[in-house]
Structures are given as structure tokens and as C-alpha cells.
Design a binder for this molecule. Structure first.
Ligand code: BTN
Length: 327
């Protein structure tokens, strides 16, 4: 009997479950059941035990723990191994270290809090405790290095779908990989790669989500938001992680067959916040303005210039802004 099996049963029943039923269902003694209930309580669950009635899980909106995430996962390959940490420096660094030590594809490292979270372009990333998701997924691709950066777009698509399914919000993608709701950022993705000569040793995709934050520091207030601020409700981080893994597994399987975005392109473009709108491309060689025409099969952003020619923007070199504001 696994802890998550008891948790799932208590959660689904949403009422008292007798000790007798639990013993019979899992073929274990009353003491064994009692021990697991105590372990769950130690992990932060509120479980009321009443003589002659049994155990009842008191509904809690957002518990993040190893057992809570495992009890919601529906994947086979992604997150088959889960490392949960209450606090760490950066889950990307943890995941890279575990990769160096031989961890296999699909390892997921999740933390409740990061004290030195990393953002893109050398920026820092805020992951306060009790409110955010910080997670890093390990991949060990056998394909060419050219295709690897596109896994970031695959994850962006999975995150947008997960946010939509769990919260009902119309999550959009700001190319290449920010997830935005109501014009503000709720999720960022940082992909790091280790190369061995010309082959990929491993890829770590790090995802940070603002889930139940009530406020943000002054300098990011204008551009950042959280799922709670957008819905008015507390959102379950464990559900969001599990649903994100479900979509990623599905989309990554497709991507691994095609080795490009051809079969994911339409879905991705459907969420693209700047589709058909004017964007400013901040190219180090010179800024320019054009109309966003979606992505090509390589995941590059297609921007139509005034003379009708279309340029393809590669994610690594430039950033793209809307003409007015962050998106
Ligand atoms: C961005 O700048 O938009 C990317 C932010 C990525 C943050 C995540 S949180 C989990 C993982 N660990 C890190 O240190 N960074 C990524």
C-alpha cells in the first residue's frame, strides 16, 4: 500500500472512510493504516479521525508535497522519478547535478521555494515559498543539437494547456516561452543544455509559475501576475504540475517523432499573444518593427516587414515586444 493510494481514496470519497475499509482494500493491518495516516498528517494534511466513523480528509486547496504530486500524476515517462525539496537554490542546478550523476530521462525536481532561482539572460527569478512552482525536467535526447532548443516551445505549449485546464483562464504564449494571462507573465521557462562534442548529453527544462502570489515586488509588478490574482481563487500547484506533465509527455512524443514543430505549430500559434499584431524585434544588430505571422516548423518567429518580406527570428539572439507594453 502506497501513501498516495490512501490519499487518493480519502480525497475522492470526501467523507469518512472506515479503518476497516482501508484495511480490507489494501490488505494491511489497522496499525499500518494508522501509521500512514500519521505520516500524511506530518506532511501537513488535516485528517480528522472519529471513533466508529474512520478518517476524513479536510479539504485543503494547495498542499505541495511529494505524495500530493505523485497522487495526481497520470504520466508514464515524465516525472516517473520525482524529487521534492521544500527549499533549494535552483531546481535547474539540482537537476543538472543529478543528470551528471546518471539520472535518467523524465526525472522531475520540484521545490516549494528557491533562494537563488535563475531567469533567462542572467536575470534572477523569484520563487517565494508556499505560492509558486519551481520545477525542472530532465531529458536525454538522442537527436541533433539543432532540434533541442525547440523543446522549450513544447514545454510552453504544455504549460499553456495546463493553465487552461486547471484554471479555465485563457493562457497565451509570448514567443518563445513566456506564458501570459491578462497581458502579464505568469510563467517563465529556462532551458539549459549540456553538450558532449556534437551530441547532446542532457537537457534540463526549468519552469517557474506564479500560482498563489498575492503581490509582487515593485520592479516586476507591472509585468507579472499570478493565477490566484487572475482567478480570485487559490489554485492547486500539485494539480498544475501533474497536468503540465501530462501535456508535455503527449507533445514531446509528437516532437520526438517529427524533430520539429510541424504537428504542434497550429496549436502553438493558436495561443500566440502577438499573432497578427505589430511587434518590435530587439535585434542587437538593429531594432525593427513588423507584423507577427506565427512560427515556422523550426519554431522561429515569422515577422512580416513593411515591404512584404518575412524574416525568421531565432529565439537565442533577440527578444520581441509588442508595440505597447510587455506582450
Ligand atoms: C525566465 O526568465 O522567464 C525563466 C524563468 C525560469 C525559472 C525556473 S524556476 C525553476 C527553474 N530553476 C531555476 O533556477 N530557474 C527555472
Amino acid at each position: 500500500m502506497k501513501k498516495e493510494e490512501i490519499l487518493i481514496l480519502l480525497r475522492e470519497r470526501n467523507d469518512f472512510v472506515s479503518g476497516q475499509e482501508l484495511c480490507e482494500k489494501f490488505g494491511v493491518s489497522r496499525t499500518a493504516v494508522w501509521k500512514v495516516i500519521n505520516q500524511l498528517k506530518e506532511e501537513g494534511y488535516e485528517i480528522s479521525s472519529v471513533h466508529n466513523k474512520g478518517y476524513c480528509l479536510v479539504a485543503q486547496k494547495d498542499v505541495l508535497s511529494d505524495v500530493e504530486i505523485k497522487s495526481r500524476l497520470q504520466t508514464e515517462r515524465m516525472a516517473w522519478e520525482l524529487v521534492y525539496l521544500t527549499e533549494t537554490g535552483s531546481t535547474n542546478n539540482d537537476c543538472k547535478l543529478m543528470a551528471e550523476q546518471g539520472a535518467k530521462e523524465g526525472l522531475l525536481v520540484v521545490a516549494d521555494r528557491q533562494n537563488s532561482g535563475k531567469g533567462r539572460r542572467g536575470r534572477s527569478w523569484q520563487s517565494p515559498k508556499g505560492t509558486t512552482i519551481s520545477m525542472s525536467l530532465l531529458l536525454r535526447p538522442t537527436y541533433e543539437t539543432d532540434a533541442a532548443p525547440q523543446v522549450t516551445l513544447v514545454m510552453a505549449l504544455a504549460m499553456a494547456d495546463a493553465v487552461r485546464e486547471v484554471t479555465g483562464l485563457e493562457a497565451k504564449i509570448k514567443w518563445p516561452n513566456d506564458i501570459v494571462v491578462g497581458g502579464k507573465k505568469i510563467c517563465g521557462i529556462l532551458t539549459e543544455m549540456s553538450l558532449d562534442m556534437d551530441t547532446i548529453n542532457y537537457v534540463v527544462i526549468g519552469v517557474g509559475v506564479n500560482v498563489n502570489n498575492d503581490s509582487f515586488e515593485d520592479e516586476i509588478q507591472e509585468t507579472a501576475t499570478s493565477l490566484k490574482l487572475q482567478t480570485g481563487n487559490t489554485v492547486s500547484r500539485a494539480s498544475l504540475i501533474a497536468v503540465a506533465m501530462k501535456y508535455f509527455e503527449q507533445y514531446y512524443e509528437q516532437f520526438s517523432k517529427d524533430l520539429d514543430m510541424k504537428n504542434l505549430k497550429d496549436r502553438y500559434q493558436g495561443y500566440l499573444v502577438s499573432m497578427g499584431k505589430e511587434v518590435r524585434v530587439l535585434d542587437p544588430k538593429g531594432e525593427y518593427v513588423g507584423v507577427c505571422r506565427g512560427i515556422n516548423e523550426a519554431g522561429e518567429l515569422m515577422v512580416e516587414l513593411q515591404d512584404g518580406t518575412v524574416t525568421c527570428v531565432y529565439a537565442g539572439e533577440v527578444s520581441v515586444r509588442g508595440l505597447y507594453g510587455y506582450t
